[in-house]
Design a protein around this ligand. Structure first.
Ligand code: SAM
Ligand code: DTB
Ligand code: SF4
Length: 337
């Protein structure tokens, strides 16, 4: 198959039409795209650490870490650098090539806490793993400091379509999110940006999310597809559970629209059967969260994941393979001139 062009002019209608393809036709198209653009034998293993749990001021309706809901998540202090380095070393030894640190913050603020996160980035980077952080909104100088400390990627999700967004979050806007993403892109740091399905959105909302991601130019280097984990006490507790085939459809459409990106099976993988997880790889997923916990909720066991990868003939990706932001140095130009 000739590789299709990488596009940035998707309409929601076009993406919706992909969602509406017969399932096997959609899977075929996603698999063809995957094989044309990616090494189909490799999977990125990314391990998460919750470096500052709970007590968040925001009202994200899905989130167990929002202070305003009684979810049973206890607010904690920012972790110590040494603790984080120990966790990153253990993740590397277990086979992870990326270490992602999340803080339950609305935004980054200058001060001792941010200084400490910058130190974490520096020390984890020195271990030879890719470093990603998700700290909420940030500005240009802040992402620059993280970049200088060795940050590979910044995670900031659009979560859903622009139209459905206000039903889920009121304390910051879709445009705020796009602004943060623009700062990350401008600094030359890889963008990790995806969303959540299963929050009661329509198929058109899912298509709107994927079209918005697909119209970012360049596409986000990683695209986490989260399936809502229904946390006790959140407004979204009690939603009808998303059919796993609908989750796999979302993965397949993301793969077709963003052929060069890492499409990650993110939250909610524990609720998928073994067979649905296999279908998700068939649909073009090539990254997973790896390790027994996500931020506050459970993820499949490491042994179970390694056994499944082996069965499917998939092997873990090395660090730095997934970073497609070109790093061009002045003298590279000279060398090729
Ligand atoms: N506080 C920062 C922020 O919101 O940008 C960073 C951490 S936040 C927990 C990162 C992402 O996790 C959210 O944007 C959302 O996509 C995902 N997430 C949080 N709770 C979830 C849940 N219950 N189910 C699925 N995804 C969830
Ligand atoms: C992303 O898209 N999913 C991760 C990561 N980025 C930070 C977080 C999932 C959180 C699931 C709910 C929890 O464990 O608290
Ligand atoms: Fe806070 Fe992030 Fe959770 Fe929203 S998703 S409540 S910003 S931790």
């Amino acid at each position: 198959m000739n590789a299709p062009a990488v596009r940035h002019d998707w309409t929601t209608e076009e993406v919706l039409a992909l969602f509406q393809l017969p399932f096997l036709a959609l899977l075929d198209r996603a698999r063809d795209t995957h094989r044309a653009f990616q090494d189909p034998t490799k999977v990125q293993l990314a391990t998460l650490a919750n470096i500052k749990p709970g007590g968040c001021t925001e009202d994200c309706a899905y989130c167990p870490q929002a202070a305003r809901y009684s979810t049973g998540v206890k607010p904690g202090k920012l972790m110590q650098v040494e603790e984080v380095v120990r966790a990153a070393k253990a993740a590397k030894e277990a086979g992870a090539s990326r270490f992602c640190m999340g803080a339950a913050w609305r935004e980054v603020r200058e001060g001792a806490a941010f200084d400490r996160v910058v130190d974490m980035v520096r020390e984890v980077n020195a271990l030879g793993v890719e470093v990603c952080v998700t700290l909420g909104m940030l500005d240009g100088p802040q992402i620059q400091r993280l970049k200088e400390a060795g940050l590979s990627a910044y995670n900031h999700n659009l979560d859903t379509s622009r139209e459905f967004y206000d039903d889920i979050i009121s304390t910051r806007t879709y445009d705020d999110r796009l602004k943060t993403l623009a700062h990350v892109r401008e600094a030359g740091v890889s963008v990790c940006c995806g969303g959540i399905v299963g929050m009661g959105e329509t198929l058109r909302d899912r298509a709107g999310l994927i079209a918005t991601l697909g119209n970012l130019n360049p596409h986000p280097e990683s695209v986490p597809i989260n399936k809502l984990v229904q946390a006790k006490g959140t407004p979204l507790e009690g939603q009808p559970e998303l059919d796993s085939v609908e989750y796999v459809r979302t993965v397949a459409v993301a793969r077709i629209v963003m052929p060069r990106s890492m499409v990650r099976l993110a939250a909610g993988r524990l609720s998928l059967s073994r067979e649905a997880r296999i279908l998700a790889f068939q649909a073009g997923a090539n990254s997973i969260f790896y390790g027994e916990t996500l931020l506050t909720t459970a993820n499949p066991a490491v042994d179970e994941d390694l056994a499944l990868l082996k069965e499917l003939g998939l092997t873990p990706m090395e660090a730095r393979c997934a970073i497609s932001v070109p790093v061009v140095h002045e003298h590279d130009h000279d060398a090729h001139a």
